[in-house]
Design a protein around this ligand. Sequence first.
Ligand SMILES: *Cc1c(COP(=O)(O)O)cnc(C)c1O
Length: 443
Amino acid sequence: MLSGLARDGGLYVPAEWPRLPDATLEALRGRPYAELAHAVMAPFLHGSVPAVELQRMIDEAYRGFDHAAVTPLVQVDSNQWLLELFHGPTLAFKDVAMQLLVRLIDWSLARRSSRATVICATSGDTGGAAVEAFKTSSRCTLFVLHPHKRVSEVQRRQMTTASAANIHNVAIEGNFDDCQAMVKALFNDAAFRDRVALSGVNSINWARVVAQVVYYVFAALSLGAPARGVSFTVPTGNFGNILAGYVARKMGIPIRRLVIATNSNDILDRALATGRYETSGVTSTISPSMDIEVSSNFERLLFDASGRDARLVFRLMRELKKSGSFQLPAKVRASVGRLFSSGRTDEQATLDTIRTTLAATGTLLDPHTAVAYAIARTHTDPTSPMITLATAHPAKFPDAVEKACGIRPGLPKKFADLLDRPETFEVLPKDLDVMRKFILSRI
Ligand SMILES: *Cc1c(COP(=O)(O)O)cnc(C)c1O
């Protein structure tokens, strides 16, 4: 958790998947979210955090959500459900993990009497969630890198108006993949990494994935698991959210299908269809948090789906870095295909889905959720519920929503003055040396 990326450039995964027996799951159905969260996460911690402390941090993390159920499940059609993950302080699903992660990190640093420099690349929502979570941290200095002019105004202001001394926002002249590559490069610079005690809170941080497993378990139990199987459709960018669904299944939740939903940045959809993972450039869409090419957490799936063949994954990742593509070995592709499906929604279909869903249900979808819901509707299975993860509140993307249906969703009251607050951020070129100097000057 504290080191983020492994020293050899790889990603951490648990040595084995803990399982939740059916009897345990049965007993958890209908219990409060915070209680379920403890039961799902504790097996990953092996007692490294005392149970009472863990429960206190979980309670604190989710107390600030504006819905008593934390992640309520809402029906939108006969067999279609939305899992609303946007009731946290910045209105996107990133809050679910980030609110807990900051508490776990501060707790661990306090025990070691140390501090950390936390770095984070964002396509829009991770940055806001991180700023909101870390602005009260007593042990971390946070640097957030977002792609200059490629995030929505609400997203940018949620990051740049915090006015806390330990928060530093940087707009990088490039796209999200450039930001992510810079973060990875800083981690791979061992001397710098040690000098500033570098830590990361992107979904390369395993603790974030673990915190996200909870709501898959919550939704599945609510709709009849473990006796009945359920499926999920997930608006996907960096593959962190849907990977948590994979982990839930490894823990014993009967998940039938995990459907990867992409916008026109469809590298994952093409990879599943053709067996070739091939970059082709990023285009800006109305669902910017999914405008990503290199899905970091796909690496974790490849590792597990290949029978934990680290050498193979190393080769594929090296190939990707060198040539911009790799071929999925047949065995790995078959294994992935047994659980995962995929689909792609273009801009017009996203707008249409927002409009028709509003007309049919009165529910306003944000563009990311709409991308996924359009695909969920084409992957129905009459014998088991389909749950679409609603990853953001529509008010975070008012321009796209208004364009789709003529209604401009208003921000909740707590953001009333967001558009008037003063902003602080630095615009920097995508130059590692400049970035290193900037970090050193600020800590
Ligand atoms: C981050 C984000 C996504 C993509 O999630 P990944 O874990 O990166 O796949 C989708 N929708 C919204 C609103 C997001 O903020």
